[in-house]
Design a protein around this ligand. Structure first.
Ligand SMILES: Cc1cc2nc3c(=O)[nH]c(=O)nc-3n(C[C@H](O)[C@H](O)[C@H](O)COP(=O)(O)OP(=O)(O)OC[C@H]3O[C@@H](n4cnc5c(N)ncnc54)[C@H](O)[C@@H]3O)c2cc1C
Ligand code: FES
Length: 257
C-alpha cells in the first residue's frame, strides 16, 4: 500500500560540507515524521533558482525520529544541487515525501553486505541502521575515488565491519568495490547496492553468477516523482516500470541487465 504523501517546509538545521562537491543537509520538521523506509526519497523544491523548475529527487540519508530530523547527502551535479549547497541554517526546504518503495529485509539467517559507491551511498546509511535495528549485522563495502572522498566511515563503523576500496589505493584496497577481497568468498546471501550504474551492474553480475539476492537503487532521471510523466521508466521483466513509484529499489532479477 502506498503511504500518504506529505508536502512540507523543513528547517535547515545544518549544512555540512564533506568535500568540494558533497554536503549533508540536516533538516527538522514541525510535525512528527511518519515511518520512513530506507530507499525512499524526497522531491526537493529548488527556491531561488529560476531556471530550476522541477523538484530534485534526493534519498533519505538518515532519520532521527526523536529529534524530528532527517539528513540528505547531496553531491553537486548542476544548478539545482548547487543552489541547495548554499542553504544556510534557518533557511527552509520544501519537500514532498516519502516517495518510492524501499529495500526489503533479508531472511533471518542471511549474511548481508551493503555496497556503496561514492555519493550513491546516500540511502545506505539509513538502510544499515534499519538493518541493525532489525537484528541484522551487515558488513559494509564502500568504494571511493581516493581517501579524501571517503564519506561516512565512522557512522558505518557503528553498524558493522567496514571494508574500503579507493581507485588510487590511498586507503583500503586499491581498485573498484568488485575487486575487494571480501567478495572473493561466497559467504553473502543478500547484497544491497547503490552507486554509479556501472558499479551496480558489476555487483549485479557478481550476484547473479552466485545466486545471491541483490537489490539496487536506481537514480534514473525524474521529473514528477509520482508516476505521472513516465520519464523515469525502466525496462524490466515485468514490463516498463516507473522508477519513482515501482522503484527506486529493484531486485536485479527484475531488471534486464
Ligand atoms: C531516486 C533518486 C534518489 C537520488 N538521491 C540522491 C542523493 O541522495 N544525493 C544526490 O546527490 N543525488 C541523488 N540523486 C541524483 C540527483 O537527483 C541529481 O543529481 C539531481 O537531480 C541533479 O540536479 P541538478 O539541478 O543539480 O543538476 P541538473 O542540471 O539537473 O543535471 C546536471 C547533470 O546531472 C545529471 N543528472 C540529473 N539528474 C540525475 C539523476 N537522477 N541521476 C544521475 N544524473 C543526473 C544530468 O544528466 C546532468 O548531466 C537521486 C536521484 C534519484 C532518481
Ligand atoms: S518521474 Fe514522472 S513518472 Fe517517474
Amino acid at each position: 500500500m502506498q503511504m500518504a504523501k506529505r508536502i512540507e517546509d523543513l528547517k535547515v538545521v545544518d549544512n555540512k560540507r564533506i568535500n568540494n562537491d558533497v554536503f549533508i543537509l540536516e533538516l527538522s520538521g514541525n510535525n512528527y515524521f511518519p515511518e520512513l523506509k530506507p530507499g525512499q526519497f524526497v522531491q526537493a523544491r529548488i527556491d531561488g533558482s529560476p531556471g530550476t523548475f522541477l523538484r530534485r529527487p534526493l534519498s533519505i540519508h538518515d532519520v532521527d525520529y526523536s529529534g524530528n530530523k532527517i539528513k540528505l547527502l547531496v553531491q553537486i551535479a548542476g544548478k539545482g544541487t548547487e543552489t541547495l549547497s548554499g542553504l544556510n541554517k534557518g533557511d527552509t526546504l520544501n519537500i514532498i515525501y516519502p516517495l518510492g518503495n524501499s529495500f526489503t529485509l533479508p531472511r533471518p539467517d542471511d549474511h548481508v553486505l551493503i555496497v556503496g559507491g561514492g555519493c550513491g551511498a546516500a540511502p545506505l546509511l539509513f538502510l544499515g541502521k534499519y538493518l541493525k535495528s532489525n537484528g541484522y549485522s551487515p558488513d559494509i563495502l564502500l568504494g571511493f575515488r581516493n581517501s579524501e572522498r571517503i564519506i561516512g566511515y565512522e557512522e558505518y563503523s557503528e553498524i558493522g565491519r567496514v571494508f574500503l576500496t579507493t581507485e588510487d589505493g590511498s586507503r583500503g584496497e586499491k581498485g573498484f568495490v568488485t575487486d575487494h577481497s571480501v567478495l572473493a568468498g561466497t559467504g553473502y546471501n543478500h547484497i544491497y547496492c547503490c552507486g554509479p550504474d556501472a558499479m551496480m551492474k558489476a555487483v549485479a553480475k557478481y550476484c547473479l553468477k552466485r545466486g545471491i539476492t541483490c537489490e539496487v537503487s536506481l537514480e534514473n532521471l525524474m521529473a514528477c516523482g509520482i508516476g505521472a510523466c513516465l520519464c523515469c521508466v525502466v525496462d524490466t521483466v515485468k514490463g516498463n516500470l516507473c522508477t519513482c513509484i515501482d522503484g527506486p529499489v529493484f531486485n536485479i532479477t527484475d531488471l534486464k541487465w
